[in-house]
Design a protein around this ligand. Structure first.
Ligand code: DQA
Length: 159
């Protein structure tokens, strides 16, 4: 027996996970594939959307080459009550005190993500301002780093 529409319980909104990507990540697929793999950012977004559906999460995948956009999106994550942010800040990871401050300024937990393992690369990649403020870091697993971070996000969002 199906209930009349007005008696059916409203579906609860799914926890939202922002997936923010910084400079040059729009070139994934062709950018240094020996380091970053051959998946495009769209491929990764598709895999995240599929896994998010299974986990009962929503994902909003964005990319910008501009530091201020990433800062604005971190603020928006808190204002819109996103549950978690996955952040691959690209090279801004190693330079941006503005991103460090933005992560510190919001209550939304941020998980730092990298395709490569910066600690096995040039010394200028060993300092991470994002990592100093983030809840945790997942790096070195290629595109799977994002999927592993989504699993961690599901635990933080308690779904
Ligand atoms: C990166 C690592 C950074 O050092 C680099 O500047 C990037 C990509 C990664 O995902 O491995 O742009 O964040």
């Amino acid at each position: 027996m199906s209930l009349p529409p007005q008696s059916q319980p409203a579906a609860l909104p799914k926890p939202m996970v922002f997936v923010l990507n910084g400079p040059n990540l729009n070139l994934l697929g062709t950018r240094e594939p020996a380091i970053y793999g051959s998946d495009t950012l769209d491929d990764i977004a598709g895999r995240l959307e599929d896994r998010a559906r299974d986990l009962g999460l929503e994902v909003d995948v964005r990319q910008s080459n501009h530091e201020g956009h990433l800062v604005d999106w971190l603020h928006e994550a808190q204002a819109s009550e996103a549950a978690v942010v996955l952040l691959n800040a690209g090279a801004f990871t190693h330079t941006s005190i503005a991103l460090y401050d933005a992560i510190k300024a919001i209550r939304t937990p941020v998980i730092e993500v990298h395709l490569s393992n910066p600690h096995t690369r040039e010394t200028f990649r060993h300092r991470s301002y994002v990592g100093m403020a983030a809840k945790g870091t997942i790096a070195g697993f290629g595109a799977d780093s994002y999927l592993l971070a989504l699993e961690a996000a599901a635990k933080l969002a308690k779904v």
